[in-house]
Design a protein around this ligand. Structure first.
Ligand code: UD1
Length: 480
């Protein structure tokens, strides 16, 4: 092969061929010197032992089926408070969480490395305009919550964002353009996750271009490894942060970070905690928490057998109703332990229609599943934790995921949920906001987290202000 001056390049090519993947050099003579370099650099990042073993052990059912044949029961969950005692417990958790925030012991991690294919939005999902009145982006909403929480407790928070090759550059650019949304630059760090090659159904590497193999992010489990490899854990250590509040970029209503959850986690001495909402539709696409052989786990919706999804308890509620909203708290030492010798989470296999270049150099956009992506899931860390806490929250308050372009879990449903949430805060503050029979605001409402982080703050700030609602209302930051 031409252009192979370096000894390590020659060794790499020999290894790739020995692994039966020599077809990736099919267009070598037709590609530029830069293209050759790119291909070699990509191949050098591939762990061929790992790929071989993943391909050898491909199983159709996913890793959970075997586990589910063992003893499975619903998990222990701290329910939504209904009695005065439970309300007081939640209030105590909040106070304890606020102490942790005031001590500067909390950092936030937002996972934003996914390709967001279902939403059909070209830019990173965090840039999606979701504010029901102002079109504030998801990134801005999270940023303002983090800024306001830091101000409230007198300790700016460290914010770690998981990015990937697909989202890194445009994400950094968006933050630059928006002046880091008012945050200090040194408080924000982007952690690019590792990429994994995609293979065809026989295990052969797919080419995305003549000079590039097809790669995709290694799943949000990669967040844990990125924390170690990209300096996230070091930064936490330097600042004395020993707790990590983890959430997904796609949910604008969850409090980021939530003192109540931090308080429960700290009180129990937990290593990993989770938030759940009550699942009422057996086919809702959320993972469910379960106790499997005595360990807490999330069973992903695609792995949950239909009979389990539909099973009901004596009250007629779903037995496995603890729907994960993918919000967790991690102890830093737990993440350190999990990533000591590399990432120990299992890979899940996703069969997908993967665009690629065929043997004749043509670009193919397949309609059927032609290949496999390998991903790790962060919640697979749960069974490794010595102590876990699971807390139920109200989905109307904390779960407005933006997944699909239309229909359920879409921008339209998320905007509605946001407007309704703000409408309820306003009503609590004495503003006459009209609601229809389904509990939706007639009109729209939006409150910047810099104006109020929660209903209590909203009520305190609006008391005696005599605000009137006409069709829409926007409460901005005091200095905006
Ligand atoms: C996810 C959870 C599901 C949960 C639901 C709640 C998984 C596999 N399932 O479903 O249990 O009930 O959210 O909304 O996660 N991401 C990365 N890097 C990656 C892959 C994903 O950063 O390599 C990020 C995405 O940017 C996104 C989040 O992880 O913020 C979720 O990924 P997605 O694939 O959308 O998961 P869901 O199927 O929606």
């Amino acid at each position: 092969m031409d252009g192979m001056e370096r000894e390590d390049d020659r060794r790499l090519v020999a290894e790739v061929r020995a692994r039966g993947q020599g077809h990736v050099f099919r267009f070598w003579d037709a590609i530029s010197p830069e293209g050759r370099r790119r291909l070699l650099d990509q191949l050098a990042s591939v762990d061929f032992d790992q790929i071989d073993s993943l391909v050898r052990n491909l199983v159709d059912e996913g890793p959970h089926r075997a586990i589910l044949e063992r003893d499975v029961r619903p998990p222990d969950v701290i329910p939504l408070p209904r009695s005065p005692v439970e309300r007081e417990e939640r209030a105590r958790a909040r106070r304890e969480g606020e102490v942790l925030l005031a001590q500067g012991r909390v950092a936030v991690m937002t996972v934003a490395g996914g390709q967001g294919t279902r939403l059909g939005f070209d830019a990173p999902k965090g840039m999606f305009p979701i504010g029901p009145v102002t079109d504030r982006s998801l990134f801005r909403i999270h940023a303002e919550k983090i800024l306001a929480t830091g101000r409230r407790h007198g300790r700016p928070l460290l914010w770690l964002l998981l990015t990937s090759d697909a989202t890194h550059a445009p994400t950094v650019e968006a933050f630059e353009q928006e002046g880091f949304f008012g945050l200090e630059r040194e408080d924000v760090h982007f952690l690019p996750q590792r990429m994994m090659p995609s293979v065809d159904l026989e295990g052969a590497l797919l080419l995305a271009e003549k000079d590039a193999i097809s790669m995709s992010p290694n799943g949000h489990g990669g967040a844990l490894l990125a924390l170690r490899e990209r300096g996230g854990l070091d930064r936490m250590r330097e600042r004395g942060a020993d707790l990590l509040f983890y959430h997904q970029v796609d949910n604008p209503t969850v409090p980021v970070p939530d003192p109540v959850m931090l308080g429960y986690h700290g009180h129990a001495g937990a290593e990993m905690s989770s938030k759940v909402v009550e699942k009422t539709d057996p086919n809702e696409k959320v993972g469910v928490l379960a106790q499997v052989a005595g360990r807490t786990r999330v069973i992903e919706y695609s792995d949950l057998p239909q009979a389990m999804a539909e099973a009901r308890d004596t009250d007629g509620r779903l037995l496995f109703r603890a729907g994960s909203i993918a919000v967790h708290v991690f102890g830093r030492s737990f993440v350190e332990r999990l990533t000591e010798g590399g990432l120990s989470l299992p890979f899940h296999v996703a069969r997908k229609a993967i665009p690629h270049v065929d043997a004749d150099g043509r670009k193919i956009e397949p309609e059927r599943k032609n290949g496999i992506k390998f991903e790790t899931f962060v919640f697979d860390a749960l069974p490794e934790a010595r102590v876990t806490v699971s807390q139920e929250v109200d989905r109307r308050e904390e779960f407005a995921p933006v997944k699909n372009a239309e229909g359920e879990d879409s921008p339209a449903t998320a905007r509605r949920l946001l407007a309704d949430l703000y409408g309820r805060w306003l009503r609590a503050a004495g503003v006459e906001v009209p609601f229809d029979a389904e509990g939706h605001v007639v009109g729209s409402a939006e409150i910047s987290p810099l104006f109020a982080l929660d209903q209590e703050e909203c009520v305190a700030k609006l008391r005696g202000r005599g605000i009137r609602f006409h069709d829409t209302i926007v409460l901005a930051a005091p200095d905006a």
